[in-house]
Design a protein around this ligand. Structure first.
Ligand SMILES: Cc1cc2nc3c(=O)[nH]c(=O)nc-3n(C[C@H](O)[C@H](O)[C@H](O)COP(=O)(O)O)c2cc1C
Ligand code: SF4
Length: 493
């Protein structure tokens, strides 16, 4: 990945001091907390990570069960299942919860996590809606088939002295013959973006009926999904209001919808609050419902921490059971994809802030905690006790414990460290921190996600030669070269 800010220097991994078993047991990190109605036994949290293991139809597979079962071995207090689609529409190997036919697989997932964590892990599922995004088209295909020819194209060709070209196919031929710079000058901004990046729907495309009607449709879809999660036995749901997806786009300062669902702080919050109200109305007060949203969008014209504070107060007052704070991850500043590939929202500056590597200026370690601290501080000042989850480059006991002691957050989420070593929480809790396989934060895993390949960790494969003591043979990725789950902990010599 390119180094944001132009630096190639790698931030060193912080020294890790590991606690004894007694120190860990007495720590804040391993003390219980309530997420609304849900009592969890510690402040340890594995946030959502898409592993690209669902079937093409969006069903839970054995590989999905192995993936979550492996996290459950480490007994985090909370484990959040990947962003799971709430609609009944094909979306490739991404998990789905948009129909009752997905229930048996999801119920099996709940069973496996309960069994492998021995009941120590609360299981949430992240519910997502996203709008359509197309791959970057080939220039010829775009001009011959996708571009809707309008009067502005004819007028521009006339200005260029290329005739009035009344019929559509002559306009297409004339555009095809233009050099790149002239063509880009003729196209309108959205057409230019469609050509250079691939067409992407926005929540502001209210000329499209299905986009205009999102406020009518989404509360019901989210409520249906949450009810299915409840029926499948999950302990709660996390509404995905973060990153590049529909709900985050409603919350975004870039949302200029003029139908009461954008334009002002209140308008931008309206649909996220209506979705939450519909979900709560469906699942009741005894089911945990929270949201993940952005503390900073990190894009030009996007929301900053001041917006996130206002949103956090509104969510807490509405009765959310937790708020999980993330950062960036937007399409707005994504790198131009190659022809035939889709834009990936973690490639621009906002994306680098979402999953920061050791090459980011200032390093990734605890980088996003100030955002969680600001939201939490505002909640507490307002007399609201809603728990706040912090994430971003957390990979040691001291980091986590200090974040809790400083009041940055109430629960500590670690995605990539938990991927590198799913047993790490348990090792720390048991005073065996020295055995933790430490994430190196160079984002091999994220590069696989970008290419929609099964996500694995580079460190697992270093131990490929180590025989697994378990009865099952090692499951390998489709390329036959990578383990699909972290190797089991080796018995100490
Ligand atoms: C492979 C991968 C997939 C991810 N998928 C999701 C997702 O589905 N939903 C989400 O909110 N965040 C997702 N994230 C972001 C993480 O939850 C987390 O916020 C981010 O990696 C920063 O935390 P970390 O430094 O502990 O890794 C993903 C991260 C990775 C590495
Ligand atoms: S591949 Fe492994 S070591 Fe590298 S960033 Fe991802 S989890 Fe960490």
């Amino acid at each position: 990945m390119a180094a944001p800010g132009g630096t190639q220097k790698r931030a060193p991994l912080p020294e890790a001091r590991w606690p004894s078993r007694d120190e860990a047991r007495a720590s804040r990190l391993f003390s219980p907390i309530h997420l609304g109605p849900l009592a969890v036994r510690a402040r340890t949290w594995v946030p959502a990570m898409v592993p690209w293991r669902a079937s093409d139809g969006g069903f839970v597979t054995d590989a999905v069960l192995d993936w979550y079962g492996r996290f459950a071995d480490g007994r985090p207090a909370v484990l959040v299942v990947e962003a799971t689609g709430i609609r009944d529409v094909p979306s490739g190997p991404l998990l789905r919860i948009g129909h009752d036919r997905f229930l048996p697989g999801l119920a099996e997932l709940v069973r496996v996590v309960r069994e492998r964590s021995e009941g120590h892990t609360a299981l949430l599922i992240q519910c997502i809606d996203f709008l359509s995004i197309r791959r970057r088209p080939d220039r010829q295909k775009f001009l011959e088939r996708f571009l809707a020819i309008g009067e502005h194209h004819r007028a521009a060709l006339l200005d260029l002295g290329l005739g009035s070209a009344a019929d559509e196919s002559s306009v297409r031929c004339a555009l095809l013959a233009l050099d790149e710079t002239t063509l880009l000058g003729v196209l309108e901004p959205r057409e230019r973006e469609d050509l250079l990046f691939g067409h992407r729907e926005r929540v502001t495309d209210t000329h499209l009926a299905h986009v205009r009607e999102l406020p009518e449709v989404l509360p019901g879809l989210f409520a249906d999904a949450a009810e299915r999660a409840q029926r499948a036995g999950f302990h709660g749901v996390e509404l995905h209001y973060a990153h590049a997806y529909t709900m985050a786009s409603f919350l975004s300062r870039t949302n200029t919808r003029d139908d009461g669902y954008g334009a002002t702080a209140e308008g931008r919050l309206r649909l996220p609050l209506e979705v939450f109200a519909a979900v709560r109305g469906r699942v009741g007060a005894e089911f945990c419902v929270g949201a993940r949203y952005l503390g900073d969008e990190v894009i030009d014209g996007g929301g900053r921490i001041e917006d996130a504070v206002v949103q956090g107060l509104a969510f807490a007052r509405a009765g959310m059971d937790f708020l999980s704070i993330s950062k960036g991850g937007k399409f707005d500043d994504a790198k131009q994809p190659k022809v035939g590939e889709a834009a990936y929202p973690y490639t621009g500056v906002s994306g680098h802030e979402c999953m920061p590597t050791v090459r980011i200026e200032g390093g990734p370690f605890g980088r996003n905690l100030p955002l969680a601290r600001a939201v939490r501080g505002a909640l507490r000042d307002a007399g609201l006790g809603t728990p706040v989850v912090g994430a971003g480059g957390i990979a040691s006991f001291d980091q986590a414990e200090d974040a809790l002691a400083r009041g940055d957050c109430d629960l500590v989420a670690a995605a990539r460290q938990s991927l590198a070593d799913p047993d790490w929480w348990r090792k720390v809790e048991e005073g065996r921190g020295a055995a933790v396989r430490r994430c190196v934060f160079t984002n091999y895993c994220e590069a696989l996600d970008q290419r929609h390949l099964e996500v694995t960790c580079q460190l697992w494969d270093r131990e490929l030669e180590t025989p697994d003591p378990g009865p099952k043979p090692v499951s390998m990725a489709q390329d036959g070269k990578r383990r699909l789950v972290a190797p089991p902990e080796q018995p100490s010599a």
